[in-house]
Each structure stands twice: as C-alpha cells, then as structure tokens.
Ligand binder design. Sequence first.
Ligand SMILES: [Zn+2]
Length: 275
Amino acid sequence: MPELPEVEIARRNLVRWFKGHRVVESEADDTRVFRGARWKDFNALRGRLLSLERRGKYLLFTFEADRGLLAHLGMTGRFVRRPPGETVLYSRARFHLGSGEVIHFADARLLGRMEPCSASGLSELAPVKALGRDPLVDGLSPTELQEAVGDSRQALKVALMDQGRIAGLGNIHAAEALYRARLHPARAPGSLTPAEWKRLATAVHAALEFGLEEQRGEEPRYLKEGAHNGFLIYGRAGEACARCGTTVESLSQGGRTTHFCPACQPSHPDGKTRR
Ligand SMILES: [Zn+2]
C-alpha cells in the first residue's frame, strides 16, 4: 500500500510529466474510484497544471480555470505515462497531453479515490481537513511530534499511523521509524521521555528519506512477496536483527502486523523488557 514516500514520488513524477504540456482532453470511466463524486467533472480538467500538492497520502491538483482534483492511490492505484495509443491495464482515468502522451490513473482494485472539485475548494474537502501534520510539508520537530501523538491512548505505532495526527505514515514507515528510534511499537505515547521524542522525530524523517530513495523512479515499486526488501525491520520477522542479532518478532496491532526487535526496542523506557 502506498505510503507518504510513494505518493511523494508520484507527485514529483507527475509534476515532471505535466511540465510544459497542456492537457488537451481528459476522460474518466464511471467507476467507484469516484465514490459518489461527479465523475464527469473529471472531463473538465484542461489546460495547464498550475500546482500539485501532497498532503499525507492525498494529491491535490490545481488546473486552470479553478478546476481541481483530489486523488488518493488507495491500495493499488498508480499514475503512469504512456505514448499515444498504448493501452494500460486497469486504466480508470486519462489526461491527454498536447505532446500526444497520455497520463493514466490505473487501479486494479478500485480502492483509490478521485474527486473533481473547484481548485479553490480543495483544502476545504473533508478528507483533507481531517489530516494532521505532514512531516515533509509542515515539518515535524520533537515538540510537534509529541503534541500530535502524545495524548493518544492507543499504542505508539497505531497512534503514528492515525492520519488525523500525523499525515502519511503507514504500516511500513511507522515500523521503520520505531526500529530506528529503538522504541517498542506497543509503548504508551504518554510514557515517552523527551529524549525518546527527539529520537522518534529524527527517526520519522530518516525512515521517510530512506523510503523516498527506495521508491525513486518512473514506476512505483511496492513491496511484494519475494521482492527485494530494503527495509530495516518491515517484513523481517524470524530474521536476525541487523543491529543486535536477536530474532525479529511480530505482533498484531489494530489488525496490522508489525515487526520489531525485542532487544533493541524494549517495552519500557528504562530498557527493561517485560514480555
Ligand atoms: Zn535488535
């Protein structure tokens, strides 16, 4: 599932693809990625792309004439650029550029989301307003991280993945950040010391930067079974921790599996592991 780095790479690719080109025609199919939004309004997205912002896992497109589009990749959504006439499997919506190239939104499982709207109204849409701080767009200092997450009564990893608190962190990068910060995923956010908040803020940035490096390229690469796993802890249950050699364990939190090192990520601030 795409997380902040994948969506940020998609944004950078799209900015590059649209640059210097006008959209001469847009067309969408009537599928459930539009979720009750007026899918035919997609066809009104024309002319130049004036800006493309990312907030959390959402992309906010601003075209000429106050035309806007909110997009979310969901589980399997992706944008791809193709020469004219080339078909794309599961293409759901298309931007035809003046150059003849076509930018497709392809989505096999239709769990992505597209909402055409006025560009000036983008930031007022409910899913956008509900988002918390975006670590890359808004910055995230140790104090800001503590303010965003510290009062949560949920486990630390679950709180980090709450899009209303921190926008963009998902299962992979929350696990990576906690491993880097040497914090147990089930810690109570209220129990973190100032030094631990500092470590965690640094680790969130490091995990996202690493994710951006991993995902760089024209085509999105999501972690698949058997694929190269460049992550430090994610997907490594049963393997030896790269830092200390202890066997990496897994636990289930909020319906998601998380991986952690029981030695490097003790469940209490004093370093004593109670298991
Ligand atoms: Zn370890």
